[in-house]
Design a protein around this ligand. Structure first.
Ligand SMILES: Nc1ncnc2c1ncn2[C@@H]1O[C@H](COP(=O)(O)OP(=O)(O)OP(=O)(O)O)[C@@H](O)[C@H]1O
Length: 460
């Protein structure tokens, strides 16, 4: 196979339309010398025909041409090739033609004679802009893929009520607090609020407050100036500024340290943010949506969450129901999540009745995220549909745990307890706090039991 030569960096396919013969030759020769490919047209009608035939990156047109003016060519180009960049050249500059060029989103309006070096530089800028646009489109595509489908699956009455509330609250500018257990879909709800708002086309910036190290939170959220602290070698724009015009989603707001809570409250009240190390403030127009799995009211009573901030963020509360409270949604969700990995099999036959029984009987402490993991596991293990019990993770079902305990040699209550603890920790991917919550014991008790077992093992 013959290899196509890779295109030169910043090289563009250019359409040059001008009735001056000398200029046609000069531009073709010089622009090709710097790596562009050039099609030359002597008048507007030929230029439009060329645009109909093939795509161009950039269009350079003279205004005064016989038959059709350069402005009319751009007008046609906007319909035929909406993303082509246009540059206008004229020997008779006027306010009218400059305004017309602007109206048709021309990138530049040049007066003849124009130095070739200037045209070459301009084309470099245009090529750069096109490349940035392509990168942005590629990134947006990747983000969409990573975020997955944002459809909120579920028809349980509690889900219907929640969806109604979302469509009520979304078009307002109110701050929204989304509550619910871990993995129940709070981020998906935040995205639905954003998408159904008037800011839906603007950015949604999600920040996990629990995942940011305490000393970096302020700079992440509000940005910093160069030299604001050791290691701040370059200035950085904060996420509030990135979200300007759109929505910021503050996930795990309950994890925000008290000092940051005070700063956040100020921003929410004034809309003014101050980059670390800066004296000036910048005003941003950002809608705030927060989420937490913590009991914020209890935190307010304990003094670990500011009451005034609580009042500021909970103008509207959306409670996302836990999966075990809506068992009728388990199967439709499992099928929906399976489609992220497998397209084979018809929806009503992708799980065997026994597998469905197991899925519906489970208590889903990790909610939809746990279901997504279980389904992914099964999708990998299953060669041909339907998915059966044997494809489900061994540890996930409490019924299976009970069966395992029944089938093994007699054991003490303490040993059974340890198996249950091990399974819970495994289910929560090592997160002991979540395991303790599921088992209904304090974290301290869980550690005491694990330590006692370890000591017993060592002394044996
Ligand atoms: N109703 C739903 N329909 C479809 N997918 C869902 C639904 N709820 C949750 N999911 C999926 O489950 C996974 C976890 O959801 P999400 O991240 O929104 O949960 P969360 O409550 O924000 O979790 P955490 O408490 O850990 O922040 C994601 O893959 C999400 O797409």
């Amino acid at each position: 196979m013959t290899q196509k030569p890779s295109p030169k960096k910043n090289a563009m396919h250019i359409l040059f339309a001008d009735d001056e013969r000398n200029l046609q030759e000069l531009m073709k020769k010089n622009l090709e010398k710097i790596g562009h490919s050039v099609v030359v047209c002597p008048d507007g009608a030929t230029a439009v025909a060329a645009l109909q035939k093939e795509p161009f990156d950039c269009l350079i047109v003279d205004i005064d041409m016989p038959g059709m003016s350069g402005i009319e060519v751009i007008q046609h180009a906007r319909e035929l090739r909406p993303d082509v960049e246009a540059v206008v050249m004229t020997g008779n500059p006027s306010q009218e033609t400059a305004i017309a060029a602007l109206r048709h989103q021309a990138y530049e309006y040049l007066t003849k004679p124009c130095p070739l070096a200037h045209i070459a530089e301009l084309l470099g800028q245009i090529a750069q802009r096109r490349s940035t646009r392509r990168q942005l489109a590629a990134l947006q595509h990747r983000v969409r893929q990573a975020e997955g489908d944002s459809q909120l699956v579920g028809t349980a009455p509690s889900m219907d009520a929640m969806k109604k509330l979302i469509s009520r609250v979304a078009p307002t500018e109110s701050t929204v607090l989304i509550r619910g257990e871990t993995g129940c879909g709070k981020e998906l709800v935040a995205r639905a609020v954003h998408q159904q708002s008037l800011r839906g086309e603007e950015p949604l910036v999600a920040v996990n407050c629990g995942a940011l190290p305490e000393n970096l939170i302020e700079s992440e959220l509000f940005g910093h100036c160069k030299g604001a602290f050791t290691g701040a070698d370059v200035a950085r724009v904060g996420l509030f500024e990135v979200a300007d015009g759109g929505t910021i989603f503050l996930d795990e707001i309950g994890e925000l340290p008290l000092a940051m809570q005070a700063k956040l409250l100020r921003v929410l009240e004034t809309g003014d943010i101050r980059r670390l190390g800066d004296n000036q403030t910048v005003n941003v127009n950002v809608r705030v949506v927060c989420a937490t799995h913590r009991d914020l009211d209890a935190m307010v009573s304990e003094g670990t969450f500011r009451e005034d901030l609580m009042f500021r963020i909970n103008t509207f509360e959306i409670m996302v129901p836990a999966l075990r409270e809506r068992p009728q949604d388990i199967l439709p969700l499992a099928v929906h999540l399976l489609r992220r990995h497998r397209t084979d099999g018809s929806d009503d036959q992708v799980f065997t009745p026994a597998a469905i029984d197991e899925l519906v009987a489970h208590r889903w402490p990790g909610n939809v995220r746990e279901l997504a993991n279980v389904v992914e596991h099964a999708a990998i293990l299953c060669d041909a549909m339907p998915i059966d019990v044997t494809h489900l993770p061994r540890h996930f079902s409490s019924r299976q745990l009970r069966k395992e305990i029944r089938d093994t040699a007699p054991m003490s209550l303490r040993e059974m307890e340890l198996i249950a603890i091990d399974r819970a920790i495994e289910r929560h991917e090592g997160n002991k706090k979540a395991a303790a919550e599921e088992l209904g014991v304090s974290l301290k008790t869980l550690y005491n039991k694990l330590n006692a077992a370890e000591e017993k093992k060592q002394s044996a």
